[in-house]
Design a protein around this ligand. Structure first.
Ligand code: IMP
Length: 438
């Protein structure tokens, strides 16, 4: 039996959707533990493209139970839209999906609060996805939020909604927001959506713990990436949830003692969307080339992603806070055409090498990355699924990343399709997955 967490080792968009879809074949349950519809996981199956925002990618495997945990924030309209689109594509969402009764609900006025906060001239804009994610988590922590259990209970909803709507009215007036909210209309719409979602809402902590009791295996799916974690990421340029591995326990109600391994997903280079520090960013033709070759545009917002070279100190840091057993390196093929591939191997600040991740934006901005260059392999690795078939210089590049980060690369992805992947037979990853085979 083995329950594993799989999450982003960088700033998100590492290709987790494909990885979770691939691994979910070996698990009976896949559970999301944080974030909301700010995440965008793209999965290609044959000719078909699926963009999943809230629903765990495991839902694409018939029979796999997909769970949205208590740590997730849910916009019911976005969720229903996703359910409808998946059902239209023939996926049995209603047969496979369970939604935590403790997950918090996003309302339209959360987006209004976000616009006010992001637009204020005295605040540094985070460059959020404008989905109301942060303000919903604010209400959760402030203990005035509305949870799925309340949404589907008409009496509870009426009372809590009145109080929350009044709170937002006060905020809107204080900030001179001209926008008029039709609070009664919103309530009526949410009631109608609650009717559709009610059959899917349950105590998912119990469901998951019972599943473990019956010997089932659970894959916990992180959204965003470790550097966007509200505690361990590049604060304040982070999302508002616990994206790091520890969040899997908090965001699902599974004790840490029931989690057996952690897998980090990392691109063979690195990207970021939104504002904030980025030591190895290439805001130049080299970055543009990566963006083009890797089609680096946000799955949710369509924004061009900032691109840069693989950052070893960052990976060592995210490896430390997550305890990665193995890395899954994606998009190796994006580097195919490069003559030389720089890798950041150390950070220097003021002429001194630093061996920990600075905590503040000011300090991170002072980082001067130290690069080593590796020769490119200059041929296509697209679709290669055997280690032996990789060009020697691609193997050297991957071994270099392993050596310098101190974390094994147990799986390599060479294209967006399920079969464009290799799992290395003697890796910790292979051992963990073998344990996971039912
Ligand atoms: P929020 O999550 O919408 O509050 O945005 C906070 C920060 O996280 C912004 O920099 C976003 O661009 C970033 N972010 C949120 N979700 C994702 C994601 O799925 N991939 C990459 N970046 C994300």
């Amino acid at each position: 039996m083995s329950n594993l967490v799989v999450l982003g080792a960088q700033w998100g968009d590492e290709g987790k959707g494909k990885v979770v879809d691939l691994l979910s074949e070996r698990f009976q349950v896949v559970a999301r533990y944080q974030g909301g519809h700010n995440a965008g996981h793209t999965v290609y199956i044959g000719e078909r493209k699926f963009v999943l925002k809230l629903i765990p990618s495991g839902v694409l495997r018939p029979g796999v139970r997909a769970v949205i945990g208590n740590g997730v924030v849910i916009d019911p309209a976005a969720l229903l839209e996703e359910i409808d689109a998946l059902e239209a594509a023939g996926i049995d969402v209603r047969g496979q999906l369970c939604i935590s009764n403790r997950a918090h609900v996003i309302f339209p006025f959360h987006r209004m609060v976000e616009r006010v906060s992001e637009g204020r001239p005295d605040r540094v804009a985070i460059g959020t996805t404008s989905r109301g994610i942060g303000p919903c988590y604010e209400d959760k922590i402030a203990r005035r939020g509305i949870r799925m259990a309340d949404l589907v209970d008409p009496e509870s909803l009426a009372t809590l909604y009145r109080s929350l709507a009044e709170d937002k009215n006060t905020t809107a007036r204080a900030f001179g927001v001209g926008e008029e909210f039709d609070y009664d209309g919103i309530l009526a719409r949410y009631r109608a959506m609650a009717d559709r979602l009610r059959p899917l809402v349950c105590d998912t902590a119990k469901l998951l713990n019972d599943a473990i009791g019956q010997g089932q295996n659970i894959l916990f799916e992180g959204a965003q990436g470790t550097m966007l974690d509200v505690d361990h990421g590049s604060y304040p340029f982070v999302t508002s949830s616990s994206a790091a591995a520890g969040g899997a326990s908090v965001g699902t109600g599974i004790p840490p003692t029931r989690i057996h391994g952690v897998l980090g997903v990392s691109k063979a280079y690195i990207t970021r969307v939104g504002g904030g520090p980025f030591p190895t960013e290439q805001d130049n033709p080299a970055g543009e080339r990566l963006r083009k070759a890797g089609n680096e545009y946000g799955a949710v917002t369509g924004r061009p992603r900032r691109c840069g070279w693989f950052d070893v100190p960052l990976l060592r840091y995210t490896g430390m806070v997550n305890g990665f057993d193995s890395l899954i390196i994606t998009k190796l093929d994006v580097l195919d055409e490069l003559d030389r591939i720089p890798v950041c191997v150390a950070y220097r600040v003021g002429g001194r090498t630093v061996d920990s991740m600075p905590a503040t934006q000011r300090e991170i901005d002072l980082i001067e990355p130290v690069y080593e260059e590796l020769p490119g392999w200059k041929c296509s690795t697209r679709g290669i699924s055997q280690w032996e078939s990789l060009p020697p210089r691609a193997k050297d590049y991957l071994k270099f990343l392993e050596e310098r980060t101190g974390i094994e690369a147990g799986c390599i992805s060479t294209g967006p399709e399920r079969n464009e992947t290799m799992i290395l037979p003697n890796s910790a990853l292979a051992r963990l997955l073998k344990m996971g085979t039912a």
